[in-house]
Write a protein that binds this ligand. Sequence first.
Ligand SMILES: Nc1ncnc2c1ncn2[C@@H]1O[C@H](COP(=O)(O)OP(=O)(O)OP(=O)(O)O)[C@@H](O)[C@H]1O
Length: 353
Amino acid sequence: MSIALSIKDVHVTLGQFEVLRGVSLDAEPGTFVTLLGASGSGKTTLLNVIAGLQQLDSGHVLFDGENVERRPPRKRRVGVVFQSYALFPHMSVGENVAFPLRAARRPAAERRRVVQEMLDLVDLGGMVDRAPASLSGGQRQRVALARALASDPSILLLDEPMAALDKQLRERMQVEIKRIQQQVGITTVAVTHDQAEAMTMSDLVAIMHEGQLVQVDSPENLYRRPVDEYVASFLGEANLFPADRQGPLPVDSGAPATGTAVVRPEDLVVLDAGQLGDRWHVRGVVRLLSFQGSRFRLEVTTPAGRSVVCSLPPHTDAGALLPGSEVTLGCADSDRVHVIHPAAVGEQLKLVA
Ligand SMILES: Nc1ncnc2c1ncn2[C@@H]1O[C@H](COP(=O)(O)OP(=O)(O)OP(=O)(O)O)[C@@H](O)[C@H]1O
């Protein structure tokens, strides 16, 4: 399949600071990619690179296999939705959506048709004559999306489009944006801080850290098979234990480790003495047990002071897990334990040498 968007080894320096340090990313047509990372990791800069608003020190940006580094923003056919909506307040909803079509000198009949089509798409078909000020935050955001799509862009860019909305509305809009994106089938790159949002909307999540993409993968793979400890801890909660090739090592034993085992809270279970055998386990004292509706969250401290988080089903007998109780935790299923082997590359090098 052809590549709708290809970013190759892009470097960008702002002031004295190398903000993007060799970023590469490929997206097939219709893919929804989200750039997820801490503040300052370079997400907005990368979005600007795609939009043509940021010059590169080096590297390439290709749309459908064509180099666009030298193409100015207005010739790139990208639609952008910003956090601030940026609707024109003195224009009606319809005029806002028609704006890019007017700029492209499309005939009036076509403008009317596309405006209606786009407003129907975002479920605002009856609001063509309304003023932006009379709309709710979610409705304004949908007008901004309709406007971004009106000029039939080849790529849609979403810059924290939900950041100004409250939590409930944000969750509804995530589903709504995903529906519209799938219906239009447009390749989309979004920026967010919010990992739940990234996981809800995206086919691919690109984890950014200090100007580099650490892992680009499906939400499920990122959660189940993170490439390093940063990704493991960034996406969801993770318990990290020293490990060797066989899996996690006996806790606090000081045994030599070659990697790190990632055990998600929901993959830990409370074990009875009779269940131990030679199973891997971790002992500790309950620090906190909290009921969270669909799960219990259990926090345990090991004798060496390590904190372990466990997520238990809601029918768990909470009486045995009060703070101060001693507990033993084990893995529900050893296949669910993922081991990161940072040493693997070094070992291979040694073998080659
Ligand atoms: N003009 C500039 N000169 C120097 N440094 C800059 C400039 N613009 C941005 N930066 C720095 O580049 C880094 C990346 O910025 P960028 O806005 O891309 O990050 P981000 O991941 O989008 O952050 P946020 O989530 O806070 O928006 C930050 O450390 C920022 O301080």
